[in-house]
Ligand binder design. Structure first.
Ligand SMILES: NC(=O)c1ccc[n+]([C@@H]2O[C@H](COP(=O)([O-])OP(=O)(O)OC[C@H]3O[C@@H](n4cnc5c(N)ncnc54)[C@H](OP(=O)(O)O)[C@@H]3O)[C@@H](O)[C@H]2O)c1
Length: 512
C-alpha cells in the first residue's frame, strides 16, 4: 500500500462502553502501541452515556484486555492506558456536544495531539444519523468548509469511521451517504469492512497484480467458476435480539457487505496505480457490472436457510428459533447463497457463488478459483476420479483461519504405471513469514490515522453492492410466508444450495 505518514491526532470513539471497543478497537490500538506504530502524540477519548471516570473506563478496558489480548504485558498496558480518556455523553443530544468539544480540547492539550481527529462511530446504526448531524452542527469539522482558510497541507483534518451495517437497503445506504456528505468530504469518510483489513484479502491484490503467471489465466477462458464461502460454527451467541431484526440475517450481515467486497477484489481489473482512488474505482465497476438477479430467477439463484437443532463435537445444539431473543416463527435467514454474474469482457458467463452461514460444519472463510478442464482428456483412463477425465485445477485462498494459498493440480503417483492424483502446493502465511497476520482492525485503524482509504469502501461501492442484491432482498420480503429451508446445526447448509450448484454440474468445496 502507498506510504502515508502518521500525524498527531485524537481518536474519539462514540459507543466506547460497548462490545466492539473492548473486543477489537482497544486490543488493536494496544498492538499498534506495542509495535510503536501510533503517532508520538496520540489519545483516545471514549464517549458513551454510562457515567464513568477516566480511571473507571481504563479499569473496565483492562478487565477485557486480560481476556482479549494474547500475552498482555500489564506494565506496558499501564503506559498505554495513560493515553485513554472518557467522557460521559449522549451523542443524540445536540447539547451534549458542548461538553464533548470541551473535553476534546482538554485531551488535545494534555497529549499535544493538535486539532486532528478521527471520529469512530461504534454504536447502533440508528444512532449514526443524529450523531453525524450533531458532529456537523458542533463545528468539529473544519475540513472542506469554505470558511476554513488554512492552507490545505497544514490544516487540521477530521475523519470519520463508520461501522457496518451501512444502511439496510439501497435507499437507506444512499440516504446515509447524503447525511455524511453534508458534514464530511468523501476523502474523510472511512466506511469500514474488516474483511478488507484481513491480510489474505490484501495479499490477493499482490497475488494477482505482482505475479505475471496468474493474471493471464484470470478470466473466462480459463476459469470455470469462483466460490466465496464465509462459514461460522457459532450461532447467534446471545445476540438473537439484534440478529433477528428486519436488518439482520445472513444476506445483509455477511453476503451484501463482506462477501461482495471479496468478490470485487477477485474480479476487479488492475488499477492504474496503487492508490485508493484507483483501486476503489475498479471495485466500483464490478458492482456496476454485477447482474441484478431478476425476481423470476431468485428461487434458482438465491438460496436462504435457517439452522435447526443439531450437534457439534457430540454436543447438542438448539435450532435458531429456539435461541433466546429469537421469534419462534422467525423467517430470518442464518444462511444465504447466491449465484452471481459479472457482466464484463473478462468474466462473461463465469458464475460467482457466494455463501455464508451460521452453525456450519467448519469455521472458515475461503475463496476457491476452479479452472476449466483441459481441452482434451488425455489421461482419462489413468485418473482415479473419472469425471470428465481429471479433477480441475483449483486455487484456494484461505482468508481465515490458516491464512494461505493452495494450488491444487494433478500429479503422477510414484511407482510403475501411470496413476494420477490431485496434489497440493501450499503457501502457509505463518510458516513462510514466521509471523501471525495482524488483527484486521489494527491495519484499518492505522490506515485511517495515516489517511489511506484504500481498504475502506467508497460510497459508490456501498450503494452498488446494495443494488446487486436488492432484488433478492425484495423477493424474500414479498415471499416471507414461504417455508424457509432448514439445515441441521453442524452441517454445510440446506440441500437447496447443493441443488443450485448441481444444476450447473458443480459442487461446493466443503473441506473436512
Ligand atoms: N461487537 C462486534 O464484534 C462488532 C463487529 C463488527 C461490527 N460491529 C458494529 O459496531 C457497532 C457497535 O457494536 P457493539 O457490539 O459495540 O454494540 P454495543 O455493545 O451495543 O455498544 C453500543 C455502544 O453505544 C453506546 N450508546 C448507545 N446509545 C448512545 C448514545 N445515545 N450516545 C452515546 N453512546 C451511546 C452504548 O453505551 P451506553 O449505553 O453507555 O451509552 C455502547 O457503548 C455496531 O454498528 C455493530 O454493528 C460490532
Amino acid at each position: 500500500m502507498p506510504n502515508h505518514e502518521v500525524s498527531p491526532c485524537q481518536l474519539v470513539i462514540f459507543g466506547a462502553s460497548g462490545d466492539l471497543t473492548k473486543r477489537k478497537l482497544i486490543p488493536s490500538l494496544y498492538d499498534l502501541f506495542i509495535g510503536k506504530m501510533l503517532p508520538e502524540h496520540f489519545a483516545v477519548l471514549g464517549v458513551s452515556r454510562t457515567p464513568m471516570s477516566d480511571d473507571q473506563f481504563r479499569d473496565h478496558l483492562l478487565e477485557s484486555a486480560r481476556k482479549f489480548i494474547h500475552g498482555l504485558d500489564e506494565a506496558k498496558w499501564r503506559e498505554f492506558a495513560q493515553m485513554i480518556y472518557y467522557h460521559p455523553g449522549d451523542s443524540v443530544l445536540p447539547e451534549a456536544f458542548e461538553g464533548i468539544r470541551k473535553r476534546m480540547a482538554e485531551v488535545s492539550q494534555l497529549r499535544k495531539t493538535g486539532d486532528n481527529c478521527l471520529l469512530y462511530l461504534s454504536m447502533s446504526p440508528n444512532l449514526y444519523e443524529p450523531t453525524i448531524v450533531n458532529i456537523g452542527n458542533a463545528g468539529i469539522v473544519t475540513e472542506g468548509k469554505s470558511w476554513c482558510s488554512i492552507n490545505r497541507a497544514s490544516r487540521p483534518w477530521q475523519r470519520i469511521i463508520i461501522e457496518k451495517p451501512f444502511g439496510n437497503d439501497t435507499e437507506s445506504a444512499a440516504h446515509l451517504n447524503r447525511v455524511l456528505g453534508r458534514v464530511f468530504e468523501e476523502e474523510s469518510i472511512y466506511r469500514i469492512d474488516h474483511y478488507l483489513g484481513k491480510e489474505t484479502v490484501q495479499n490477493l491484490l499482490v497475488f494477482r497484480f505482482a505475479n505475471a503467471i496468474f493474471e493471464p489465466i484470470w478470466n473466462r477462458t480459463y476459469i470455470d467458476h469462483v466460490q466465496v464461502t464465509a462459514a461460522e460454527t457459532v450461532g447467534v451467541e446471545g445476540r438473537g435480539g439484534y440478529y433477528d431484526s428486519p436488518s439482520g440475517g445472513a444476506m445483509r450481515d455477511m453476503v451484501q457487505s463482506h462477501l461482495l467486497q471479496v468478490m470485487a477484489v477477485v474480479a476487479m481489473e488492475p488499477p492504474v496505480a496503487l492508490e485508493a482512488d484507483g483501486i476503489r474505482l475498479e471495485k466500483s465497476k464490478i458492482f456496476r457490472a454485477a447482474r441484478p438477479i431478476k425476481a423470476a430467477d431468485v428461487p434458482l439463484m438465491a438460496i436462504r436457510g435457517q439452522y435447526g437443532p443439531g450437534q457439534m463435537d457430540g454436543k447438542p445444539l438448539p435450532g435458531y428459533r429456539q435461541e433466546p431473543g429469537v421469534d419462534p416463527n422467525s423467517q430470518t435467514e442464518t444462511y444465504a447463497a447466491l449465484q452471481l454474474y459479472v457482466d464484463t469482457w473478462r468474466w462473461g458467463g463465469v458464475p460467482f457463488y457466494l455463501r455464508s452461514g451460521k452453525r456450519m460444519a467448519k469455521k472458515l472463510t475461503e475463496i476457491v478459483i476452479t479452472f476449466k478442464h483441459t481441452p482434451h482428456a488425455l489421461f482419462r483412463e489413468q485418473t482415479l476420479k473419472k469425471v470428465n477425465g481429471l479433477t480441475p485445477n483449483q486455487i484456494v485462498i484461505n482468508v481465515q483461519p490458516n491464512e494461505g494459498i493452495r494450488l491444487r493440480f494433478e500429479g503422477k503417483v510414484p511407482g510403475v504405471g501411470m496413476n494420477i492424483k490431485s496434489v497440493v502446493m501450499d503457501f502457509d502465511y505463518v510458516k513462510q513469514f514466521n509471523a501471525e497476520p495482524p488483527e484486521a482492525y489494527a491495519t484499518l485503524l492505522l490506515d485511517a490515522i495515516k489517511g489511506d482509504q484504500t481498504l475502506f469502501k467508497h460510497r459508490d461501492e456501498v450503494e452498488g453492492a446494495w443494488r446487486s442484491v436488492q432484488g433478492v432482498i425484495d423477493y424474500w420480503k414479498e415471499n416471507d410466508d414461504e417455508p424457509l429451508p432448514t439445515y441441521a446445526s453442524g452441517t454445510w447448509g440446506p440441500s437447496e444450495s447443493d441443488i443450485m450448484m448441481d444444476r450447473n454440474g458443480r459442487h461446493w468445496r466443503n473441506p473436512t
